[in-house]
Every structure is written in C-alpha cells, then in structure tokens.
Design a protein around this ligand. Structure first.
Ligand code: ATP
Length: 803
C-alpha cells in the first residue's frame, strides 16, 4: 500500500475530495498542513498562520479543508499530507525535551548530593523563630504598655514571677532572676529544667504566660527596643546555621541584619576567625565539625559587639584551651561595665568564673549569688558540690511536702523553713521592686516596629540568592518542576486512547469493494480503533471476556437499506433499522466509551461527505453544532485542564518559599514558554493578566506554606499535611473535572477553595480573551487576593499563639 510522503504531498488546487480519495484506505498518522491568512484560519478555528495538525483521522478535517477550498482564497496555498513519522517526530520531540529536563534536574541533584556526601544535616538555618524575630524586631510581642522596674540601668536582665508552660507542662514557675549590668551570669541546672526556655523568653522569641521580664531597660520585643536585635547577641543551643553558607557568608549575613558596614563586618570577622580558631573563612558550614559550627554560631553572637550576650551552652564540644579562652574573653568584655552575659553550661565548675550563678531546678531558681557565696553557704569546696546539696535539700523538702496531706499544691512548692522556692537562697543586685512604672511607645515607634525593615529584607534576599547559588541542583529542580508537571499533563492526560480493540460483525452481503459498511469502516481512525472482524457469537463472547471494548454490527442488507434511506423519501422502520450501524459498547471505562462514540460519529460524517459530496447535508443529523463561540470544536481535555494545572503546580511548588520571587519568575517564564510555544495552548487574552494571576496564585501557595510551617514544626508532618490538602484541593477545584459535576453540598466547598475561581478566570482570559471588566475574570483575582490575605493573617495568628 502506498503511504504518501512529504514529497508526494497534495498541493492545492487538488480538491479536498481528491486528496481524501487518494488517502482513503491508507493507514498511519498524517500531518495536515494548511497555510492561509490568519483571519481565515481563525474563522475555521485554526490558530496559527501556518497551521499544522497532526492527525490519524484525515477525513475529520475534510469539512475545514473544503471550506477553505470553497472560499477560493488565493491565500490558501498548501495542503499536504505527510506520513506517520512526521507526527511521531513532533510528539516525540516534546517527550525527548521532557526526558532531557528530567535528566538535567536529576543530574544536578545527584551532583549536589555527591558534593554533600560527607556533610551532616543541620537544622533549617538560623533559628527560624529567632530570625523572624530579628526581621520583624519582635513582632510577636506587641505589648505596647508593659511594666518595667523603676531603676532599669542597674541590671541587664530582671525576671519577676515568670511562668511559662508548653501546653499542660509547666516549665517555668514563678521564676525570679537578676543579671546585674556588666556581669557574667552563669545559669546552671540539670537537663530539662527550663534553661533554654528561660533564655528564649529573655531574648523575646517565646512569650511568657505570667510575670514580667526586663532586658536592657525594656521588655523584650518592645516596640523600638532592639531586643531581639542589635543590642543582643544570642547563641541558641540548637545550632541554626545555613549548611550552604561559608563562614564568611554567615558572618556577613548577620552583619547585614545588624546594620554593620562591610568594613566593620570584615574587621570583626578577621578577629573572630582568629579568636575562635575557626578554619578558612571560605569553608562551607556543612563541611565543619560540630565544635567548629558551635564556634561559628558563637562568632555570629559576638559579631556586633552587643550589650548583652545570651549564650546557650557555647562551650559544648570545645577543647579546654579554647574554652578557657572564651571565658577569658567574656571576663574581659564585661570589665568595661557596658556588656553583660548570661551563659548556660553543663560544666558547672567553669561557671566559677562568672560573677553570679543561678542554680535552676524544675523551672525555678534554687539559689542565686556569687559562686563563692553559694559554696560558702553550703560549706562546699566546689560549685558542683554546693549544687548537689541544694538539690538534695530541695528533694527532701518536696517529699515532706507531698507527705503532708493538709498542704495545698501551692504550699508544696515551698521549703520546710517556710521559704518560697521561687525566691533564691542568696540574692544579689537590687531588691525586688514592686512598683513598676508603665513603659510606653509612641505611634511612630510602633509603626516602625510593625513594618519590616528594608535592611533585613535585603539581607534575607541576598541570603536566599547565596543559598540558591550553592544549591544549583535543587534550584534547577525548582525551576523545572512546574514545567515537568505541565509537560506530563499535556502529554499524558486528555489524549484519545490508542489501540482500542473493537469486534466488527459485518454481515453485509454486498461485495466489500463497493459495500457501504466497508467504506464506512475505512473512515474509522485506525490508530485509535483496532477492528477485529468476527462472527456474532465470538464478538459478544470477546466483549464479555473483556477482550474487546465493543461490537460494531452491520446487517445483511446494510448497503441496500442505506442506499434506500438516502434515495427514497419515505422508508419503512425495517429499512431504517437495517441501514443503521448497531453498536454495543462496554462503558465501564467512560473515556474509552466516549472516544468510541466520537470516532463512530466522525467516521460516519466523513463517509457521508465522501459518498454524497455537496449533498452530504441531506444525511446530516438534525442537530448541528456550529462553530463554537469560544474555544474550538477540537478542544481537548488537556486544553481544559491546563489553566488549573498551571496554578496547582505553582501552588505545590512554592508552598514553603517565601522570599523566592526570583524562582517564581523563572518558573512562570518557563511554564508559559512551554504551554504557549511547545504545547501550543491558545491564549486569546492578555499575557499580562495571565502572569499576574499566576504570580498571585504563587503567593497563595507561599502564604499557605507559611500557615503549614507556622502550625507544624516537624518537616515530615508538614509535607504530609501539604500533600493531604493538595489532592482534595486538586479534585474539588474544578481543575481536573468541571465543578458543575460536583454534587451538593461539596460544590459549595469547591467554590470556596482558592483555585476554583482562579482557574475559571485563567480559562476566561486565555480561551475567551476576556479582560478585567468581566466578572468571571476579576472574581478570580479578588478571591485569590482574599485567600492571600487570609493565609498571611492566619500564619501570623498561629505564630503568635504558639510563641
Ligand atoms: N517546644 C516545646 N514543646 C513542648 N515542650 C518543650 C518544648 N521545648 C522544651 N520543652 C520541654 O520543656 C522542658 C524544658 O526544656 P528546656 O529546653 O528549656 O530545658 P534545658 O534546661 O535547656 O535542657 P538542656 O540543658 O538539656 O538543654 C523539657 O521538659 C522539655 O521537654
């Protein structure tokens, strides 16, 4: 059988009939190429100036070709038919491209992973909560009026009756602590007694449930107060450094956050690298040892020469020589009287170098005073021994208290001698001040406090860029993931099923060469429908066994009766029935069933066109689908699903990336290039509106990610929650299947989701060419903006409640 090649293409003025006659009976895919003016092509719902349609169903395009032909337009220049390989080439080029992208992303990830082989994974950067605190300068606590003591200058930190719980677990109980100005305060206590919790409350990243704290004259996170901020250097216990940063990047980042000039940062960096025995400043954090990382973290706390140093176990994993050096440094810096230090350590004896020690247990202070005085009080030769005695007497008292049934719970927390446990045995510094004046901030200070600082935003953007540069694999993956998703959707979803086996029972007695049944069957798309000629019984048996998707049956007199139906004005019911094609389908798979019905209708239409030529209208159905007002008759499922899928993949991708507008931009550009140029999705409307809506939806994803990360600490649970919400959202948003099919009352839930109106709006812009004056368009924008605001507020509220 002769399959036409491009060299044997059929160029107008061959009539379409002639072309179809030549092609009829030939198998394989064809490419139809029609070139015409844009207006003419648009009239026939063809979008490009030089229109290329890959089809295995050439007769389907006969009406279009005929109309072009009949228009006698001189601009209709070419109609060509090319064989299968061309269409395969087109489709496989998309596949190859996709494969290439996947390989590229995988290779980049692999390269990055191998580079990271030896690295241990540390937490997610500079204590997230601390960083947020730095950026917003204490947005968590906006008590505009707070109690502060009368003489704030004489002490650096003062805690009075501080309580803090995690749910039902009471961690700090009526705790009183005073760090005198220009002193080192060693906070000692067993693991889990609440030291870190107390330090977090002091620095302002945790809110206290009761009592009050004063740090450098004002409550932490008070508007305009640089705690947390430049005034305080905090080294958290759980090291929070970016693995992808070098030592230099890390210190530069904190220098920017604290507003140091690059010269100042450089000078401090050189000193700290030397002082803390750090390796080369261009060493990556991920390649440092645990001890080295602790020292980098300590360096970051010391960087801006803060007035208050809050160090949570800075000497863990540090060799004795360096430990001594660190203590010596601390002793020296407090000598000026300007700097105060609060330090926790498990090495109790090293705390003898502190000016004051606080011995903490079960959330309150057992004792507070100069180390020598504490030891003297308990006739102990070491601080550790003194601490041991204090613990023992505290335990004895607790036992006595619990044995006494008449004591209330509150009283059970007091020593036998009647002393309140929350009051330290020894006290230093000023006596407790009960009279606490109000501390206020004017509206300007409050405004400045609420607004994020440009300097901090700049530092965070640079940080993001540096991290991206150091993680080319995941950056590449981020860029490509939406493209890969959209490509997979375009390639794998919405296409017609191929190779569907159908049994054909042809009892037509006419010779095959001239029978109508054979001619009609020849118009069936051979790549989608594989015809298996069978006798009646075997055909139905095959369908029952699941071998075939249906039976196409022709009666004995099919050609005769159909001819009568065409030629005679009045025919009997028997003629109508005998001249009909009978089809029994297995409709268990709706898509396959619908495709078979569509193929049969198209084959019949092509057959009528072929047999009756200009008189084909006589055999047309009394229902006529005109040229669509929007979209095209040819619009497939992929075209429907793409706008929603664009939003959805964006949402999934950008869930946790707040500061990655650059990534969003690249993703959008790549995705639009793919959907418009590679997959040729039509866009009738404004590209600007399309981009705006996708960006806004990206921000919805970001803010939704913020809600999840604000509510869930554990990364795995957060991912599970995101996935758990993603799929119901995908199903209910009308992205895959129209909202109109969703039953009551789920349809109302669907309308309330962030993507339902947005994807409808995107479809209206892209396929109907509508603008913002249309309600269906602006509604998508309005709903998206509403959701963005809601998510951002919700994330803030959750953070506040959890702090
Ligand atoms: N985010 C949290 N949620 C619930 N409980 C917490 C949380 N953080 C700490 N805790 C609990 O609070 C108590 C005090 O913890 P904290 O980290 O303050 O102790 P610590 O004295 O610093 O201990 P260590 O010396 O081992 O670091 C512990 O029982 C701990 O399990």
């Amino acid at each position: 059988m002769h399959v036409p090649t491009f060299a044997h293409s059929y160029v107008l003025p061959h009539s379409p009939i002639e072309v179809c006659q030549k092609c009829s009976g030939q198998t394989g895919n064809f490419t139809v190429i029609v070139s015409s003016t844009a207006t003419l092509l648009k009239k026939y719902a063809l979008y490009d100036h030089s229109w290329v349609k890959i089809t295995n169903d050439l007769p389907k395009y006969v009406p279009v070709i005929r109309k072009l032909w009949n228009s006698r337009s001189p601009s209709v220049t070419l109609l060509a038919v090319a064989p299968l390989w061309r269409s395969l080439l087109h489709r496989s080029s998309s596949l190859l491209l996709l494969l290439f992208l996947l390989l590229l992303a995988a290779a980049a990830m692999a390269a990055e992973a191998s580079g990271r082989k030896d690295a241990t994974i540390t937490g997610p950067a500079y204590s997230t909560e601390m960083l947020e605190q730095l950026v917003t300068e204490g947005n968590m606590k906006k008590d505009v009026e707070a109690s502060v003591p009368a003489a704030p200058d004489s002490f650096a930190i003062r805690c009075r009756d501080v309580c803090r719980s995690y749910g039902k677990l009471k961690v700090l109980t009526n705790l009183n602590l005073t760090v005198p100005q220009g002193h080192i305060y060693g906070l000692l206590g067993p693991s889990g007694c609440g030291k870190t919790t107390l330090l977090k409350c002091i620095v302002g990243t945790l809110k206290i449930s009761r009592g009050h704290i004063t740090v450098l004259g004002k409550p932490p996170a008070f508007p305009g107060h640089e705690v947390p901020g430049k005034m305080v250097g905090y080294m958290p216990q759980e090291l929070a450094l970016y693995n992808e940063f070098t030592i230099s990047d890390t210190l530069t980042f904190f220098g920017r956050i604290h507003g140091l000039t690059s010269k100042e940062t450089q000078a401090r960096m050189n000193f700290l690298i030397d002082f803390l025995h750090l390796p080369q400043k261009n060493s990556l954090v991920r390649n440092l040892s645990g001890g080295q990382r602790r020292r980098v973290s300590l360096g970051a706390a010391l960087l801006q020469n803060p007035e208050l140093l809050i160090l949570d176990e800075p000497t863990v994993g540090v060799d004795p020589v360096l430990r001594a050096k660190i203590w010596q440094h601390l002793v020296e810096i407090v000598k000026t009287g300007r700097v105060s230090v609060i330090i926790t350590t498990h090495y109790i004896e090293e705390a003898r170098q502190a000016n004051v020690v606080g011995l903490m247990r079960n959330g309150y202070l057992l004792a507070e005073g100069p180390p020598d005085a504490v030891m003297k009080q308990h006739s102990a030769t070491t601080l550790e021994h003194a601490f041991l005695q204090l613990c023992e007497s505290s335990d004895q008292n607790s036992t006595q208290e619990s044995n006494s049934e008449s004591e209330t719970l509150e009283k059970s927390q007091t020593f036998a001698n009647g002393r309140d446990e929350s009051q330290p045995i020894l006290a230093v510094g000023p006596p407790p001040v009960e009279d606490v004046p109000k501390c206020t901030a004017d509206w300007k200070t409050r405004g400045r406090h609420i607004l994020p600082k440009g300097r901090n935003i700049g530092a965070l953007v640079i940080k993001t860029m540096v991290r991206m540069k150091r993680m080319p694999g995941s950056l590449c993956f981020q860029f490509l993931l939406p493209v890969i998703q959209i490509s997979l959707i375009c390639l794998c979803i919405g296409g017609d099923p191929k190779g569907i086996q159908v049994a054909v029972v042809n009892n037509d007695t006419y010779p095959p060469s001239s029978s109508f049944s054979q001619s009609l069957l020849s118009f069936l798309d051979n790549s989608s429908v594989i015809q298996v000629p069978l006798p009646h019984n075997k055909a139905f048996e095959g369908v029952h066994k699941g071998e075939y998707w249906g039976v196409i049956g022709f009666g004995q007199n099919f050609t005769n009766y159909l001819t009568k139906r065409i030629l005679q004005r009045q025919v009997s019911k028997e003629v109508i029935d005998g001249g009909s094609v009978h089809v029994w389908l297995d409709l268990t798979n709706r898509q396959i069933g619908l495709m078979l019905q569509k193929q049969l209708h198209q084959a019949f239409q092509a057959f009528v066109d072929y047999k009756m030529g200009a008189l084909a209208y006589l055999a047309a159905l009394p229902i006529k689908f005109e040229e669509p007002i929007y979209g095209s008759l040819d619009m497939d499922f992929t075209t429907y699903v793409t706008p929603g899928a664009v939003l959805s993949s964006m949402e999934m991708m950008l869930a946790h990336l707040f500061s990655q507008l650059f990534v969003i931009s690249v993703q959008i550009i790549l995705m639009l290039l793919f959907i418009l140029l590679v997959f040729k999705m039509p866009n009738e409307g404004s590209l600007f509106l399309v981009i705006c809506l996708i960006v806004l939806q990206g921000i919805t994803g970001i803010s939704f990610g913020l809600v999840i990360s604000a509510g869930i600490d554990d990364e795995q649970s957060a991912n599970q929650a995101a996935l758990g919400i993603f799929y119901p959202n995908l199903i209910l948003s009308g992205i895959i299947w129209p909202v109109e099919c969703i039953p009551y009352p789920l349809c109302y839930l669907s309308l309330a989701l962030p993507q339902t109106y947005a994807s409808e709006s995107l479809r209206c812009i892209m396929y109907r060419g509508w603008g913002m004056s249309e309600m269906m368009v602006w509604r998508g924008f309005a709903v998206t903006l509403g959701w963005n605001t809601f998510f951002l507020i919700l994330a803030t509220v959750i953070l506040k409640l959890r702090s």
